[in-house]
Write a protein that binds this ligand. Sequence first.
Ligand code: UT7
Length: 323
Amino acid sequence: MNTLQLLSFGGALPQNKVTNNDLAKIVETSDEWIKSRTGIAERRFCAEGETASGLAIRAAAQALERSGLQAEDMDCCLCATLSGEWAAPSTACLVQRALGLRENIPVMDVNAACSGFLYGLAAAKGLLEQTGGKYALVVGCEQLSRLLDMTDRTTCILFGDGAGAAVVSLGENGPFALTLGARGGDAIRVEGPGVQPTAIRMDGPAVFRFAVEAMPRCIREVLEKSGESMDMVDWFVCHQANERIIDLSIKKLGADPAKFYKNLSHTGNTSAASVPLALNELWESGAMKPGQTLVCVGFGAGLTWAGMLLQYRPLAAQTEGNA
Ligand code: UT7
């Protein structure tokens, strides 16, 4: 059976920092409430002229450059987003054009909300297998700030903009497992284009209950499918929605908190960009080493969920044969 391996990462955040105190000037909230209920201290919002696709292109270019591969080596390009500025052409096609990827490859967007990047990796694996390809560029990007109702304190304090990307490769060995699912329902919804103004609406406590059930379940499922134990996993990179959701999941699993990477304090919830942005920051910190095993988990609107266990095997380490 084929596996999927992570080769390289990229990320992009807009310049404009929005602190909790900035939001407290707009809605009735406080830095103390937001930090204690979510773990978020600040997030980035696109400024005039910045877009979801612009962030996606920056993140994708960085991942490609760090992979050691060329644009013409990419056999597939997928972008997970629910807030790309155009419905068509897809954001993935905008990335393809900007990076000069080949024409005879599959290029499309995936919308599975906050699980989108992992759905994208799974779809990329299937497309590579069907087309005889080897390398895929997968991006998650969002400009959620343009969908926020800035009078709704239950949602506007949670979300941010950003993009993350990874170059992945089909592999023949190493651990790999995948779990994907969905339960149609509207506990989180992004209204529009039929409803104006477009806004993110959410039953926060219902989503919280769903998340603390789905996240540990996804982790258990990929461990069971791969035959790996919790101890064999070096890093857990979960959707960065709420620090309390991650901490409760750790508690339920009896897992080592030091293995759960968190960056939501400065990004907020960036939906499809959340997992790849966190992967990129973990890599940039120098803590992710070639040959390490990761479990990534997403959950979100749909309701959708996704878990993936895979290895970080950069090309340089594969050539040296030490990963
Ligand atoms: O990407 C996936 C999508 N989303 C999520 O994962 C979100 C999951 N849910 C959550 O993270 C949490 O439910 C929230 C952070 C959204 C809310 O936290 P909570 O602890 O579940 O609070 P709550 O909704 O039960 O509200 C508690 C109180 C309420 O006041 P009363 O009714 O007790 O008087 C709210 O009106 O907090 C109030 N409240 C706020 N107060 C200050 C709600 N939002 C705010 C706010 N500032 N921003």
